[in-house]
Every structure is written in C-alpha cells, then in structure tokens.
Design a protein around this ligand. Structure first.
Ligand SMILES: [Zn+2]
Length: 484
C-alpha cells in the first residue's frame, strides 16, 4: 500500500529540542512519522508515482504542536467550584468536552494531559479522539483527584459531603486511597492525580501515603502527579518518586535542589494566576481573589526563577477549563509567562511547551521534536515565535495544524463557539448594603473593591494577616472560591 506523504517546504524549523532555528528547511512526513528534516530535503525523496501534499512555508515557522500538560476538559469553563461539581449532567459534560476538544486542537495544542476531572470522562474522551470519533488533541487522563479532607475538592461542609460529580474523591485512610488507585487503573486512567493542600500552607498527605500510592501506581504501569503548591509537599512528592509536580508556587532551596537532582519536571500553571490577576477585572472577578492571585504569582515568580537557574525542567500547563482560562484561547500565553516569571528564553519556553510535555503524554522520545522518526504532530506558524513568543497566542497565526502526519481541517464556525457548563445560581457579585446606595462610597476607590459599576465587594481587612496570600485566598466570604 502506498504511503501518504506530506512535504512542508522552505520553513524556519524550530525543533522543540532547544536547538537554534534552521531557515530554509523542509520537512518530509511519511504516514504518521517524520521521515527527514533539513535544507537537503526535496520532493525527489518521495518514491515515483506516490501522491504528496505540499505546503509552502516560506516566511513561516514549522514547529511541534504544543503540549498542554494541565488541561481540564470536564471543567466546562466554570465560574465556580459549584459549577464544576454540581451543574451539568455527566452526559452533557461529556458531549461538551468532546465539542471543546476541537477548540484546543485548533489553537495549535496537539497534545494534552488532563490531571483530574469528573467521572471517567477524560478516559472516554481520550479513546474517542484516538479512534477518530472526536476531533481533538491526543490525550492522557487521570480520573478524579485523590484528596483528603484537608486537600483540594472537599469544598463543602460535611453535611453535604463530596458530590458524585466532583472532580475529586476524598479519602482519609491509606486503605481507601489504595482501593481508589486500583479502581482508577482498572477504569483506564494513564495517571493518578493527588491533590495536596489548596494553597501550599501545609502538607496534606503523609510522606508514607505518598510513597505507597506512587509505588502502587508505578507497579501497575501508571504515572502519578500531584497538586503541590508549598515546599513541604513538593519535597515529599519528589522523594516519593511522583513523576511530575503541578504548581510548586512556593519552594525553598531544598525543594528546588530535590527537583533538579531527581529530574522531576515542574508544571507551574502560571496562566490561571495571571489571567485572574491581569484580566479578572474585565469579567467581574472579585478584587480579593485578583489581589491574592497576583501576590501568589509574584511569590511564584521567585521560586520559578530560582528553579530555572538550578536546572529544573519546566513543562507547559495552563489549568484551562475555568471561565478565566477558556479552551483554545490562552494555552500559549503560559510560554510568555514562563519567560516573564521564570526567566526562560523563547527557545526554552518552546521546549517546555513541546518536547518537555512528551512524558506527560506517555510518549517521551516519540513526540514534541521535529526530527526523523518522531510522530508528526506539527504546526505551521505565520510569524517567528522565537522573536516574539506571543504570535503563538493568535489563532490566525496558527495557520496549519498537522496531527499524525495529516493536515487537520476545522469547522471554523464551530471552533469559534463557546459551550460552557450550566450556570450556577447567583444574585450579584457584591452585597447591596445601605452604604452602597446612600453612603459615602467612592466606586473609583480601589479600597471599595468596585468590580462593576456601582457594585461593591467586601474588601479584606487590611491587617498584617490579610496581606498573606493564603489568608487572602481562603477568605470564603469574599464570594469566590479560588480554583486549583
Ligand atoms: Zn488543575
């Protein structure tokens, strides 16, 4: 049977492995694999009589498709934890996830890892994409996060419990956690996600629990990642052999050295913090949440810069799926943030967004690099991302998406559409106090936390304690839950 050939000519090739770009190069793809790359590659390398599709990439960049190692396809662009957990049936959540997968792919993200989501929607979606039923990036998936009553996802009072639709499952004993790992593996997950303390102010799992669970996952041939924002849980996770770390916002030198020594990659997910802090005011995010996110981002920048200097490996992750991080829009912004906050060069950022994510797809050494023998998940970019990383954020600059060696054809009307989860019941963002209506409240004064015309949100008290990001983020009465 003849091969299917694809030839991209005269491109500037950015290989994703960190090598300097090569101008005037061509890439030849045979079926799903890259056959050859370089200035020597010509059409004559295709056997006589076989069909070849040609793309003229003069003035354009050819690079690997991006890999987002932290993308929640079941979150449905939710505005609150309640919308993530309670609203929208599992059936409709699944259909929406299938719909939005094409938006992610359209943005040049050809691979994602879902570190947790409701039900086993991620596993089903992965299969549907693999079988060509659904258009979307190739994917690996965890099931529900495994958490404790002191970690993420036990948001509600004990009288309510953890709803069936929650993205997490809460267990407070090792036996029950082991039981959950076994069930998740049976149900087809690629990785297990643990969720430690929400804001990194304490370690929620014991060292022993982490070690036993990581060993079990590995014994069963699966990977493990963890939501770890603070130094204690980062260190414990690296020692337990957890495969990569999500967040790592606040790390002491010991934590950083451990990541560097063990070669444990870090997926910071700066995007959610930055989008909330920089743009949240445009969509009514409460001021205390925005301020808390900003402070967290600044502290994170310090940890990230030191980690980069120590040689820690970074990968692209965005926490896409919230209303502040809608699908297919902001994934590439994380690369700009890795440059701004961790000090990566543009080539290093591209490497973080491509080859460094291959491991999270279970395809290390097989994807994320433009080189012979690699899987041909590629993008043609109208622009030079090495000179200006932001071109990757502009949909019109992502000219062509190639998946498994074939050019993907999109329904552009569909990929422009948004299909969020059913909305929770809200009445206002702030409280309509007597002062708001009749008092001496200046809406222009930031102290009054105006987030929309005439709407006041309770500000945090200005005590020393409130300056601390943890206390800011945990103030529940501000009317917003901070998100993973
Ligand atoms: Zn997340």
């Amino acid at each position: 049977m003849p091969s299917s050939w694809l030839l991209i000519t005269n491109a500037t090739v950015v290989d994703g492995a960190g090598n300097p770009p090569v101008a005037g190069a061509s890439v030849l793809v045979q079926d799903r694999l890259i056959r050859d790359v370089g200035t020597h590659v010509t059409r004559e390398m295709v056997p006589r009589g076989e069909q070849v599709t040609e793309i003229d990439a003069t003035g354009k960049t050819l690079m690997p498709g991006m890999i987002d190692a932290h993308c929640h396809m079941t979150y449905g662009e939710s505005r609150s934890e309640e919308e993530i957990d309670l609203y929208t049936s599992p059936v409709l959540r699944t259909l929406k996830a299938a719909f939005t997968a094409q938006k992610v792919l359209r943005s040049g993200v050809t691979g994602i890892s879902q570190p947790g989501g409701s039900y086993y929607i991620g596993v089903g979606l992965r299969e549907a994409i693999r079988d060509g039923i659904v258009q979307g990036p190739r994917m690996t998936a965890a099931g529900r996060y495994i958490s404790t009553s002191n970690g993420l996802t036990d948001w509600y009072p004990d009288s309510v419990g953890v709803p069936e639709g929650s993205i997490g499952i809460v267990h407070n004993t090792l036996d029950l956690m082991i039981n959950e790992v076994r069930h998740q593996v049976k149900n087809g997950v690629d990785l297990i996600k643990l969720a430690d303390s929400p804001y990194g102010n304490f370690q929620a799992f014991t060292d022993h629990e982490m070690k036993v669970l990581a060993d079990l996952a590995h014994q069963l041939g699966k990977k493990m990642t963890i939501h770890a924002r603070g130094p204690a849980e980062v260190k414990a996770a690296a020692r337990a052999g957890i495969d990569w770390i999500m967040h790592g916002n606040i790390m002491d030198d010991e934590a950083i050295d451990l990541l560097a020594e063990t070669g444990t990659p870090l997926v910071p997910t700066l995007l959610l913090l930055s989008n909330a802090g920089d743009f949240g005011h445009l969509v009514g995010a409460p001021d205390p949440l925005r301020e808390g996110m900003k402070r967290m981002l600044e502290r994170t920048g310090d940890s990230m810069t030191r980690a980069h200097q120590a040689g820690v490996t970074f990968a692209l992750g965005t926490d896409s799926g919230f209303s502040l991080t809608p699908y297919g829009v902001w994934h590439a912004r994380e690369l700009e943030l890795l440059m701004d906050y961790a000090g990566l060069t543009s080539l290093e950022a591209i490497q973080a967004g491509t080859s460094n994510g291959a491991q999270m797809l279970g395809l290390a050494g097989e994807i994320g690099v433009v080189a012979p023998g690699m899987i041909a998940d590629l993008i043609v970019v109208d622009g030079d991302p090495v000179a200006d990383i932001r071109v990757l954020q502009r949909r019109e600059c992502i000219e062509t998406v190639i998946q498994d060696g074939a050019v993907v054809v999109f329904d552009e009307e569909k990929v422009a559409r948004s299909w969020p989860h059913e909305r929770g019941i809200g009445y206002s963002i702030g409280d309509l106090t007597y002062d708001v209506v009749y008092g001496q409240v200046d809406p222009a004064d930031p102290a009054n936390s105006a987030v929309a015309d005439g709407v006041e949100v309770h500000d945090l008290d200005t005590s020393e304690e409130a300056q601390d990001l943890v206390s800011a983020l945990t103030h529940r009465e501000t009317g917003a839950r901070v998100m993973d």
